[in-house]
Design a protein around this ligand. Sequence first.
Ligand code: DX5
Ligand code: ZN
Length: 226
Amino acid sequence: MTVPPPILAPSILAADFAHLADEVRAVEHAADWLHVDVMDNHFVPNLTIGLPVVQSLRAATQLPFDVHLMIEDPRRWAPGYADAGAYNVTFHAEACDDPVALAKDLRSAGAKAGLAIDRDTPIEPYLDLLPGFDTLLIMTIKAGFGGQRFVPHLLDKVRTARRHVDAGHLELRIEVDGGIAADTIEQAAAAGADAFVAGTAVYGADDPAEAVRRLRGLAERAAAGG
Ligand code: DX5
Ligand code: ZN
């Protein structure tokens, strides 16, 4: 298994929204990406932040933005996040009838393109689309809320994806999102994930930067075979 060094992406969903710039700076030198959860109260019941917040936050940090769109009609909205300077824009397979076309649009707009697979969606129908993507986000919870309990059997999808990516020599990050913490990140890394979103485990800690470093150490160890 050829797994590159892990990417750690703290999710600001668990941060203090009244002090977002400070919260982002708290992980600036420890994280690789900043995970930004956009929810529209339609694709998921929850409602979070949108384009204006991403645009404002872009000026507050050097961290690449990993935007996770949990929204309906991503073809309408996703390219705006690329234009706003997002590094990677991920949309849900369940919300899009032509994922490859949207991935192309995102790449044309200068971003990387990500495909997200929610808890109840099988991975198999999407494997052949992966050459058109840069990241594959496999939910390890049901998308919609932070602070949920990690669902271990969803790592079967990570294992399937890892085999497919390695066999096809694809340049693709396999990202896990939901319930990633010190007691779950090693299983996820051993299953073949190489990018890790963590909200509660980072922003619920007294020292968010230290929490990121600790998670990174665990992921590296597990990827190296324990
Ligand atoms: C939930 C979001 C996650 C969330 C993860 O739908 O996609 O990114 O922030 O939060 P934790 O790490 O608390 O499970
Ligand atoms: Zn997310």
